[in-house]
Write a new protein. Structure first.
Length: 306
């Protein structure tokens, strides 16, 4: 069955184990490719009109998203879904809300080619970058076939592997620092586990590792059919990737459509539609306090040390 209930989880004793793991302190990546990917990530030439870069919708010094309901692309065109954070995205099982990209590399084609985002194509991007002597030199030293769409994607993905935020207070707690969380935060974590939030939000990214139906226990009104739009399978209707809770206090608004404006509201809505319960204000407040302990260190953007 696609729906895993809290009762099943309790019956097999999964809550006796720790289902969340800390972010590794040192990411694994190719340094030279990541430097090239960094340059590409901030380069507006990847968009059709040379106005938008990857960084235009992913603010690396904040939460890795753009803090608006849907992003604005070229020609002031609005997107259709909320921009997910790029921070720690390397730990997701797949990319995009509907999981249509299997990894970071495959994801690159989405925003660069979509008409209401960057509105370009690899042919157009390659033509622009080929006029840049620094790009010709860098690609030539790293890739036998030089500037190609596949190599552009590979380099950006390599840079995105560096965008992690370790050492959240909760990570320190998991590593043995029992003073990292206060009483309210610990109570929030207890409630988070007790009412089954952890059945979907677990692993190193505290989410991002499975698809789940939006409105699992009560119908959630949305015109977006989620993964169904990709597979055309009825069983996938309203299924979306469970978002990571890493740095969640920094990534409002929430949900696939960006319709939930506050973290407290997000908790209440998820409890209602996904868990089927209503908690007291103090319990919700403590969950929110726990979620704020998931904010990690600011991302360290790699520098050219040559």
């Amino acid at each position: 069955m696609r729906k895993i209930t809290l009762y099943l989880l309790l019956s097999v004793g999964l809550f006796s184990q720790e289902l969340i793991t800390p972010i590794p302190l040192t990411p694994q990546y190719d340094y030279e490719k990541a430097l090239l990917g960094k340059k590409l990530f901030f380069d507006t030439r990847l968009s059709h009109d040379n106005t938008i870069s990857c960084a235009s919708c992913h603010f690396l010094d904040e939460g890795g998203d753009d803090n608006i309901a849907v992003s604005i692309g070229i020609d002031e065109k609005k997107g259709v879904r909320n921009t997910p954070t790029v921070l720690n995205a390397v730990y997701n099982v797949n990319q995009f809300w509907d999981g249509r990209a299997k990894d970071l590399k495959e994801q690159i084609k989405g925003p660069t080619h979509t008409s209401f985002e960057m509105g370009s194509s690899f042919d157009e991007i390659i033509e622009k970058l080929s006029k840049d002597s620094d790009y010709r030199k860098r690609f030539g030293s790293l890739y036998r076939d030089q500037i190609t769409g596949d190599n552009i994607s590979d380099a950006i993905a390599e840079f995105e592997k560096t965008l992690i935020t370790p050492n959240a207070r909760f990570d320190k707690f998991l590593r043995g620092d029992k003073k990292a969380l206060n009483a309210d935060e610990l109570n929030g974590y207890r409630i988070f586990k007790e009412y089954g939030c952890i059945s979907c939000h677990n692993g190193v990214n505290i989410g991002g590792n499975l698809m789940q139906k939006m409105g699992a226990l009560e119908k959630y009104e949305t015109s977006d059919f989620g993964r169904f739009n990709i597979t055309k399978k009825e069983i996938d209707r309203y299924y979306f990737k469970v978002p990571s809770l890493r740095n969640v206090e920094l990534t409002a608004p929430y949900s696939h459509d960006g319709s939930i404006t506050t973290l407290k509201s997000a908790v209440e809505i998820v409890l209602k539609y996904q868990v089927g319960i209503h908690l007291k204000d103090k319990e919700v407040e403590d969950i929110v306090k726990f979620l704020k302990t998931l904010t990690g260190e600011s991302v360290k953007i790699i520098e050219d040390k040559r």
